[in-house]
Design a protein around this ligand. Structure first.
Ligand code: HEM
Length: 225
């Protein structure tokens, strides 16, 4: 009876963690697509960013939603990992990783590094305390100069290196996470199995290549002013 209740609790936690994770996947896709407007120049990206900023109620609702998703996702996945470990107090002496990919074996590590990257990124580009020399003012139209922040950041090889590292970690984490959602939800179909397996690496590649395009285009001076 107690075991059944525990199984239900684990299944519910996995479901909630995956739903919160999907909200975050949705955010990174939309964030990357929005940031691609840097290729259109300052007017496009600053105008895009000001739409949300001009509606504080939506901005703060979106921020509260994101924060909730992060807390639920991290909290539940850590709890599940700890419970998993408690269930197996003596670690395997010989680990066999024949079928498991690098991405699946390193979820805890990439998840922790990703969290550190996000905190760094917020302090860097949103709060603006990492690089005091970065522009944190308004553009000529009185909008937040998001374009200026991005250009200033990725002209510097140090930030290019840190953000490229962040993309590697993000890519590995997304690659396994998105594919395993189907398993968590019990969606199994022989004909679609290959597609489910490819979904993770596909989404990861899409997001990472988009972000890397921004980073390197700015670094190489390929974006419009
Ligand atoms: C090349 C990649 C990226 C670029 C150029 C970029 C750019 C930016 C900029 C300019 C801001 C500040 C916007 C503002 O002040 O209005 C921002 C905020 C943010 N970014 Fe990124 N970002 C990148 C990657 C990521 C990744 C990979 C994540 C998450 C995994 C992420 C999560 C966030 C979050 C949560 C915010 C705060 C949004 C808010 O509440 O205002 N970003 N990003």
């Amino acid at each position: 009876m107690r075991q059944a209740a525990q199984l239900v609790d684990v299944a519910r936690s996995k479901l909630m963690a995956s739903l919160a994770g999907l909200v975050l996947v949705g955010f990174v896709i939309v964030h990357m697509l929005g940031n691609l407007q840097v290729f259109e120049g300052s007017d496009a990206i600053n105008g895009y960013a000001s739409v949300l900023r001009d509606m504080p109620i939506f901005l703060w609702t979106a921020r509260a939603g994101l924060l909730t998703a992060v807390v639920v996702h991290v909290g539940l996945t850590v709890r599940l990992a700890l419970r998993n470990r408690q269930g197996r107090p003596v670690p395997y002496t010989l680990r066999r990783y024949r079928a498991a990919s690098v991405a699946s074996r390193t979820m805890a590590l990439t998840g922790s590094l990703l969290l550190m990257f996000i905190v760094f990124h917020l302090l860097h580009l949103t709060v603006g305390i990492i690089d005091p020399a970065a522009p944190h003012g308004m553009d000529a139209q009185g909008r937040m100069d998001v374009y200026g922040k991005i250009i200033h950041a990725f002209r510097n090889p140090l930030y290019v290196g840190i953000y490229v590292g962040g993309q590697l970690v993000l890519g590995l984490h997304l690659s396994h996470a998105v594919s395993s959602v189907f398993q968590t939800w019990g969606i199994a179909h022989a004909a679609l199995d290959r597609l489910f397996k490819l979904a993770g690496p596909g989404v990861a590649l899409f997001v990472v290549l988009g972000n890397l395009a921004i980073i390197f285009a700015v670094f190489l001076g390929w974006v419009r002013t």
